[in-house]
Design a protein around this ligand. Structure first.
Ligand SMILES: [Fe+2]
Length: 434
């Protein structure tokens, strides 16, 4: 996975003494690692082994790669006599760190039938014991920083496990369910309103001393023109109107690359939608069901989000416009912890500020994923975490129904190529204001 942090390696929470920080880390380490295990628990060894497409990874690979991160970047440098669990894992579960060495080919991750799931669980336990042993000792701030990065890295993979399993199950004609479905009250989403901002010089990016990925830094100023952000996400009902207006057949609505993708991929609706008995159906992690008009639309590409915005007479937000409102909002919503694993209808709005900023769906922005002014990647292998991916991708903001709450911030920058649809990605509109 690509994504990264962080404050300078030397700048770890200076107000917190190292032993107290290590105790806190041991608790958080156990918690985060346990969530990963819990998410994998409903899956069989077969579910965990296969790979549905090159962009997605088998769950077994996620379980091993997140462990590899701690073994490679924490245990090897910090434990003088450390012997790897299996030396071959250094290549097998290296995602993209060229500084560490060669990597097993990404599209071949589903071929790794051995080691089996039990051995990967042993690998996790082995590394967990050694990391927790280390946290009992006098670890320096730089090592704690890397453990913290490893925990946020693991949370990113928790979301990917769910999106990758969903894609895998979508290819199975038996349409398996990952979890039981929960009854949901229907809602009549409130009419879309515009939340205005007068423009001016805005501070953006992460500026405090706590954890962030490096791509959120440094904090800097930008000049913003007056704009307005939609009060809520675009719903399935609204996207259905776009479909029924023939939008997938109207070239004037699409970016050139998007129009090519529509034709090459045969897109006629969001990913995981199909027609049955004269109605649209969709796949959720709780199995198939009819498309609910009141839910936020999900599993659309940047191209579809952009075409929808054009059809609706508005545009997508720039990432800074999103952040200006995100910084004023509570970091909460329909996130992983609600257990729904699906975007939910907005029932009521409780203020004049935009709703659904955090959770439900990652919101496409029109902003290219590029370095902030004066950005410097960290030195060494971990400099590969984020900086080298800053081309040909777009920024998404706000987190989804599969993102752990403690993983999110207003300054968080997710990024995917414009054609990607298998993430929980949706649409919020923006517009220019006088
Ligand atoms: Fe990763």
């Amino acid at each position: 996975l690509a994504q990264s942090r962080h404050r300078s390696r030397a700048g770890a929470s200076p107000a917190v003494p190292a032993p107290a920080r290590a105790n806190d880390f041991a608790r958080r380490y156990r918690e985060v690692r346990a969530v990963t295990q819990t998410l994998a628990a409903p899956l069989s060894a077969e579910d965990c082994t296969v790979q549905s497409m090159p962009d997605a990874s088998p769950v077994k690979w996620h379980l091993a790669h997140t462990t590899w991160f701690f073994e490679t970047f924490v245990l090897e440098p910090e434990v003088a006599d450390y012997r790897p669990f299996r030396p071959e894992f250094r290549t097998l579960f290296n995602s993209y760190y060229n500084t560490v060495g060669p990597q097993h080919a990404r599209p071949q991750r589903g071929m790794i039938s051995r080691p089996g799931l039990d051995e990967i669980r042993d690998y996790r336990s082995h590394v967990d014991r050694r990391v927790l042993d280390l946290l009992e000792r006098d670890l320096g701030g730089a090592a704690l920083d890397i453990i913290e990065l490893g925990l946020h890295h693991e949370q990113q993979h928790q979301e990917l496990m769910l999106t990758d399993v969903k894609h895998l199950f979508s290819l199975n004609p038996l349409r398996p369910a990952y979890q039981e479905s929960a009854p949901l009250a229907t809602a009549e989403p409130p009419a879309l309103r515009w939340c205005h901002h007068p423009g001016g010089i805005a501070w953006v990016g992460y500026g405090s001393d706590a954890f962030s990925f490096d791509n959120e830094r440094p904090r800097h100023r930008l000049l913003v023109e007056p704009f307005a952000l939609a009060s809520r996400l675009v719903t399935n009902a609204e996207f259905l109107a776009f479909i029924e207006d023939g939008a997938y057949q109207r070239p004037e609505l699409w970016l050139s690359d998007g129009w090519d993708a529509v034709h090459k991929q045969g897109w006629r609706a969001p990913l995981y939608w199909w027609r049955e008995d004269d109605a649209w159906h969709t796949l959720t992690l709780a199995g198939p069901r009819p498309v609910r008009p009141d839910e936020p639309v999900c599993h659309v590409s940047l191209y579809e989000a952009d075409a929808y915005a054009r059809w609706a007479g508005s545009r997508l937000p720039g990432e800074i416009e999103w952040e200006i409102f995100g910084a004023r909002a509570a970091v909460d919503g329909n996130v992983l912890e609600t257990g729904l694993l699906h975007p939910r209808p907005l029932a009521v709005e409780n203020s004049d500020s935009p709703a659904q900023l955090f959770g439900d769906v990652w919101e496409w922005t029109s902003s290219p994923y590029a370095p902030y002014p004066r950005y410097q990647p960290p030195s060494g292998a971990l400099g590969e975490y984020n900086g080298k991916f800053m081309v040909n991708q777009l920024v998404l903001r706000g987190g989804s129904c599969a993102t752990p709450r403690s993983h999110l911030r207003a300054t968080y920058r997710n990024f995917f190529p414009p054609h990607a649809r298998w993430q929980f990605s949706g649409i919020r509109l923006a517009s220019d204001a006088p």
